[in-house]
Design a protein around this ligand. Structure first.
Ligand SMILES: C[S@@+](CC[C@H](N)C(=O)[O-])C[C@H]1O[C@@H](n2cnc3c(N)ncnc32)[C@H](O)[C@@H]1O
Length: 210
């Protein structure tokens, strides 16, 4: 019974869907709160900067970025999360401050150099591989821009039995290598801990001017 529940929850974390998908958004916002707060802090957003929030889920990070004055583009493969964000952020969307698009991290539905900075928290466990998404992020971030990634450590991912249903527990080193291979300069890597997610990392990477 517990195995079936874990399998269902893992599927919802990977791509929230159906009636329960909308209910899971507040849980995502709660469990990822510290990680998203650290990511926003690492982004050091300036008012008017264009931010991509990739895999925005429940939207807590997008909300914080809007508060900081950023212009937010959210991309998520979950139609349920996009619908929820379109309702939650209707005022910001009307004001031209935000938009939320259904799409895959592996083929971002954005033109080259579309944003000044990008972030993705708690999504890399679901990427097809470690190289494709950083390359896509490099393409859509304007020269001189920055990327902030947040992830639970491999041990923390493995601590939840449900991770076997589709989560990839990456060590830090291959993540950093893939980000560097995509063309980014690796910046500060910080560590955090939260009772709901265990140990996690926040990485800042810089996209060169070329
Ligand atoms: C575990 S939730 C994390 C949400 C939020 N960033 C947070 O930390 O609470 C993962 C989100 O990323 C989205 N996602 C996962 N893999 C994706 C992919 N390959 N392309 C686009 N979105 C993806 C899921 O649909 C889901 O909304």
């Amino acid at each position: 019974m517990r195995g079936a529940v874990n399998r269902y929850l893992a599927g919802q974390f990977a791509r929230p869907h159906g009636a329960f998908g909308r209910l899971i958004a507040p849980l995502l916002n709660q469990s990822g709160a510290a990680m998203m707060r650290d990511a926003v802090s690492a982004l050091a957003l300036q008012p008017g900067e264009r931010l991509l929030d990739l895999g925005f889920g429940g939207g807590a990070l997008s909300a914080a970025a809007l508060q900081a004055g950023a212009i937010v583009t959210g991309v998520d493969r979950s139609a349920a999360m996009v619908a929820r964000a379109n309702a939650r952020f209707a005022a910001a969307i009307s004001a031209g401050q935000a938009r939320f698009i259904e799409g895959a991290a592996e083929a971002l539905p954005l033109p080259d150099a579309a944003v000044d900075c990008a972030t993705s928290v708690n999504t890399l466990y679901f990427w097809q591989d470690l190289d494709t998404v950083p390359r896509e992020l490099w393409r859509v971030i304007a020269p001189g821009g920055r990327l902030v990634l947040g992830w639970q450590t491999a041990d923390s991912v493995r601590a939840w039995p449900g991770h076997i249903h589709g989560f990839r527990a990456w060590d830090d080193a291959p993540i950093l290598s893939a980000v560097a291979r995509a063309g980014f300069t690796i910046g500060p890597l910080s560590s955090g801990h939260h009772r709901m997610v265990g140990d996690y990392r926040t990485l800042v990477a810089l996209r060169s001017m070329a």
